[in-house]
Design a protein around this ligand. Sequence first.
Ligand SMILES: [Zn+2]
Length: 477
Amino acid sequence: MALRLWNTLENRQVELEPVTAGEVRMYNCGPTVYSDPHIGNFRSFLLGDLLRRTLDQRGFKTTQVMNITDVGHLTTDDVADASGEDKLEKRAKEEGIDPFEIARRYEQMFHDNALQLHLKQAHAYPRATDHIPEMIQMIEDLLKRGHAYTVEGVGVYFRVHSFEKYGCLSGNTLENLDSGSRIEVDDRKESAHDFALWKIDDKHLMQWDSPWGRGFPGWHIECSAMSLKYLGGTFDIHTGGEDNIFPHHECEIAQSVGAGVGEFARVWVHARHLLVDGQKMSKSQGNFYTINDLVERGFRGHEIRYSLICNHYRQPMNFTIEGMDGDTKAVQRLRTLRNKLEEASAESTPGAGADPVLDEATRQFDACVDDDLNISGALGVLHDRVRALGRDLPRGSAAVRALDFLRHCDQILAVIFVEDEAPSDDLTDHQQQRIEQRETARNERNWSLADEIRDLLLAEGIVIEDGATGTTWSRQR
Ligand SMILES: [Zn+2]
């Protein structure tokens, strides 16, 4: 049975037929590294990871690429108007800290969280800021082919009316857009729906030279340029959250196909929104969880992972702490059985051979995964078997066979055999940087910034004390 996925582009389930037999090239829309990655972001990244693990288990030669969006979209105006912005970031700007430095710090946090949640390492994590020449090249190609135009002193826009297939992914065709909601009129653009490829704005904190003036790229062009570089102009799978469908992914298609690089992605897979306590997650509602928040509450990486993957990626997910408690018990049952089986397998006797019941369970588990990553179905199969095995614990080589079954399932799930790292005695890079930043703030007698950084560290379980001999840190117990 082949892997079948719901393809947003065709609005139906399709069988995965790679461009090159036996090889799958996949692009995952990655993190924007200007705020703490939250559990909704990770639900989408975990969709990419589940796909990666499934492709690996099915024997494909997989290439997985995830971009790091580190071109900030903040201007000096944002410094003046800090509403909704990360306070530290605002302060950092006021203190004159390099925006690249902030981006690197959040990038590190993303990688730390990904490790905690046992995501497989992608084959590349290209940063947008490292690929400005590639983006400029693609914009030049679009200009040459009539899909883009320049506006003096403003930048370069994509001409949506030149791209017939616009709307093919989201259904937001130009006709539908025109009849839809109010659109802000901008005289500088040929059409209100045209989107920026290059923007000139001297207030922007990150700037690069280009043939059209010093400025910065639009968000969408990075994914078109980087997927082309790492995966080619036609590749197999593109993933993201459902909020990426429009305008981000629609614009990616217009740019890549418009630039003539190929067909672009064939199968588009999108994770549904995650709600918390039945509401859209928001910092002001107080229902905003980062991975670090959950770790602080005592949840371990594999438990958070289980909770974020255990229902279908296309079903809306409602996250609650009570639900997490229940999920924690469920994953604990799997791990308890593993421990018992490991003990029981010590007295291994050769020749247990095949076990038709476990073979059938394996087949059912795989069938669920192949059916558009139906992880909840697969978990149902697994838990049924685990209950039965717990009631009548196999011993010796039969226990070895049962462990093989668990291991097979865990190649996808990564919750049973993974070990969570004990909190290390070292600070992470970004914590170290925060301490140094706080030292600077104290030297400059900026006590409020120093206090703010101390609170941020405390939120991560790091206690800062200023003594006669200097500042020390310890881990909160
Ligand atoms: Zn993207």
